[in-house]
Design a protein around this ligand. Sequence first.
Ligand SMILES: *Cc1c(COP(=O)(O)O)cnc(C)c1O
Length: 399
Amino acid sequence: MKLHTRAVHAGDRKKPGAAVPVTTPIHTASSYFYDRLEDLDRVFAREAEGYCYARYDNPSNAALEAQVASLEGGHGALACSSGMQAVHLALAAALADRPRSILAANALYGATVGLLMNVLEPAGVAVRFVDVCDLESVERALAEQKTGCLLMETISNPLLRVGALDKLAALAHGANATLVVDNTFATPLLLRPLERGAHLVVHSLTKYLAGHGDVLGGAVVSDAEHFEPLRALARTTGPVLGPFESYLAMRGIKTFALRMERQCSNACRVAAWLAGHPSVARVYFPGDGGHPDAVTVRRLFPEGLYGGIVSFELKGAGRDEVFRFMDALRLIVRATSLGDVHSMMLYPVMSSHREVSPKHRERMGIRDNLVRLSVGIEAVEDILADLEQALGSLQPAGA
Ligand SMILES: *Cc1c(COP(=O)(O)O)cnc(C)c1O
C-alpha cells in the first residue's frame, strides 16, 4: 500500500488479544464499526448493545457513568463536559413532559442562578425561588402554581444550609414535580438523594468526586423513569465529556471516599478551632449542634460526616481586612472551586456571589466579612497553623 494509505491505516484497529487492561483505556475514537453492517444497524436501532458514535456513547465515558451511577444508586448516569452542562441537561429532562415551571431553592450555586434567570426564564420557563429549609413555604409554593421541577442543593453554598430532602421529595411527588438535587457538596458518601426520593441527581465532578483540581466535568444520575428521555436529550444536544477527562475523573473517583472522610474529619476539627478563635465572629458548619438544620443533619448524614466546607466571618472585617487575611495564607490556596485535595479559600463577595447586588447579598446573609474554606486532606495541624498565622495578620500592629 502507498504511504498515504499506510498513514491512515497502519497500527490502528487491532483486535484486542486475550489480555484485559486493569483500567479502562482512553477511547478517543469518534465512531465504531463492526464486521457486518447488520451489527452496526442493530446498534443504531438500539436492538443490540454497542458503540457507534462518540456523541451517543464511548467506552471511557460508559465506564465513568457506571461508576457514578453505582455510587449514587442510580439507574444510569450521563457524563457531561461540566457541572453546569449537567444542571442544564437535568433541568431540560425534568421539564420534558411537565409544566415549564421551576421552583428553585433560594440558595444555589451562582451559575445555576444565572442559568435560571438568564437562560431558562427568557426561554419561557417560569422560575420562582423558595427557602427549602421552610417546608411550609415549599408546600404553599407548590400549591399556588403548577410546578414541573423542584431544584435544590443538598448543602447550600456558602452558608451550608441542609433541607429535609426526604420530606421535600414527598412534597415534590405529591405535586407531580421532578425533584432535581445538586449533590456536589455532600457527595454520595454523606447522602444519596435518589434513595430519599429524588428523581435526578447532578454533580460537578470538578469538585469532590474527581478531587484533584485537574479536570472539569459533570454528571447527571437518573432513576429508571427519567433515564431514557435524559439519554435521548443528551444524544441530540451532545453535552458529553471528552474521553481524556472521563479517564481523569474516573481515576480521581477511585479515592473519593477516602479523601472525603479525611476532609470531613479535618473540617470538624477546623470548625471547632475557628469557633474558639477571638478574631472569628461566626462559624457556619453543618456539624455544629447549634446549626439551624442540626436535626435534619443528624437524621440524614452519617455520624461525623458533615461535609468538608467551613464558612466563617472575620470579626469587624471589611473587604480590606479579608484581603489582608487571605493574602497572608501560605498553605491554603486562594482560589475558586472546592473539594480538591488541597485546602482552598474563597471570598464569596468577590467570586461566587459577585453578581448578586450588595442589598440582595445582605438579605441572603452573605456579609462582606464572610469567607469559605474548602478543607483539604492535609494534616489538620498544618491547616490550623496556617489559619492561626493568617488570622494573626488581622491584629493591629503591636497588639
Ligand atoms: C461547581 C459547581 C457547579 C458547576 O460545576 P462546573 O463543573 O464548574 O460547571 C454546580 N453546582 C455546584 C454546587 C458547584 O459547586
